[in-house]
Design a protein around this ligand. Structure first.
Ligand SMILES: Cc1cc2nc3c(=O)[nH]c(=O)nc-3n(C[C@H](O)[C@H](O)[C@H](O)COP(=O)(O)O)c2cc1C
Length: 356
């Protein structure tokens, strides 16, 4: 068993303070090419998360810290603690990157053990490492030894078979992690299968550190269900926050017994306009700006209308004017938009998620 660094024992870090608080920790999931600095800043306007995790820093012998991701740490616009996520498998490189990251204002360093992109897992990084528990053991041992601040892991429940999870949990427990986030799917299940919350509950029972539950939290109601089923200390929310940036605030309102803010079509339309302003740089060609927005719309359209026509039409627009004309066609109204994404989203007709 690793002996904890003195610094982490004496001064409670922002991460520990959050995890010891009375309410479940609400974490915005890391999402490559989505959760950058402008997106985080936008989220704060809608209530925001309690904790933010960067996109992953790819770490290998020749890697340097990506300056754009680093900017989300050094210019952190959220007013909340930020966790720096790394992905890689080369121990000296991971230790070097972790020590560089520690010099910046990060609340913790996280290791990604879940990325399902074939080009990543074939190199045995991200989710690919779940095929090699002994290697994970060695990596965690080295990182825990090297990192003086809180150290966390974000994992899936296995590569293609969740039975490995039972072997992974003692490894995670052995290395004095400060937090384990569990996305309740195997790597092969990508993003679209059901989520196996019972494995998250097993992690809660087995781990000496807090566990955060991740996967398919879309509404206030199912947020409460996931907390109850798993016993987790918090929730990490990804795609639902793109589609409904009010979700963190809604969960807080629900827990305080207040009425829940339900966005109307026009609220969503304003959010899309704000998203455009935030994430589309004016120097970039208009068609590229529109392309970028279409990726975000993949997550938003399903909640709005059931036939798929909105998504179909938006995928074909090429100009900003057409983009907003189509959005207004479906959203320029004062009716509440449905709370839940439509079955189509969960069944996997959305594009983009599988790309990560
Ligand atoms: C577009 C996209 C990019 C992602 N990038 C990352 C990443 O950089 N690091 C990571 O640990 N997980 C990444 N994920 C996985 C999410 O953090 C999260 O585990 C997953 O989306 C399930 O949560 P959700 O159902 O709330 O979306 C990504 C997911 C998506 C959809």
């Amino acid at each position: 068993m690793h002996l904890r660094k003195v610094g982490t024992l004496h001064s409670p870090s922002p991460l520990h303070t959050l995890l010891r608080g009375p309410d479940p920790a609400l974490v915005l999931a890391p999402m490559q090419d989505v959760t950058d600095l402008p997106f985080w800043q936008l989220m704060t306007r809608y209530g925001g998360a309690d904790l933010y995790v960067t996109e992953y820093f790819r770490v290998h012998p020749d890697s340097r810290l990506d300056p754009d991701i680093l900017a989300s740490i050094t210019k952190n616009p959220t007013g909340r603690p930020v966790v720096a996520q790394m992905m890689g498998n080369d121990i000296p490189s991971l230790v070097r990157a972790a020590k560089e990251l520690e010099k910046h204002p990060v609340a913790a360093i996280d290791l990604n053990l879940g990325c399902p992109v074939p080009v990543v897992y074939r190199k045995c990084a991200g989710g690919g490492l779940l095929r090699e528990p002994a290697r994970v053991d060695a990596i965690l041992g080295a990182l825990r030894e090297a990192i003086a601040i809180p150290f966390t892991v974000k994992t899936r429940i296995g590569f293609d078979d969740p039975s490995v999870f039972e072997h992974m949990l003692p490894i995670y427990a052995r290395h004095s992690l400060d937090l384990l986030t569990v996305h309740g799917r195997t790597v092969k299940e990508m993003y679209r299968s059901e989520v196996h919350y019972e494995y998250i509950a097993r992690a809660v029972a087995a781990m000496p550190c807090p566990v955060v539950a991740n996967g398919n939290v879309w509404t206030v109601t199912n947020a409460e269900d996931v907390l109850a089923i798993t016993g987790a200390r918090g929730l990490m929310i990804g795609r639902a926050a793109i589609r409904n940036p009010w979700i963190f605030q809604q969960i807080r309102q629900h827990r305080r017994g207040e009425s829940i803010f339900l966005p109307t079509g026009r609220d969503v339309l304003s959010y899309i306009a704000a998203l455009f302003e935030a994430v589309c740089h004016p120097a970039v060609r208009e068609v590229s700006q529109v392309q970028k927005m279409k990726k975000f719309l993949n997550y938003i359209t399903h909640g709005v209308e059931p036939t798929g026509q909105f998504q179909h039409t938006i995928r074909r627009v090429m100009t900003k004017a057409d983009f907003f004309r189509v959005c207004a066609e479906y959203l320029d109204h004062n009716e509440p938009v449905p709370h839940e994404p439509l079955a189509a989203l969960l069944a996997g007709s959305e594009a983009g998620c599988g790309e990560h």
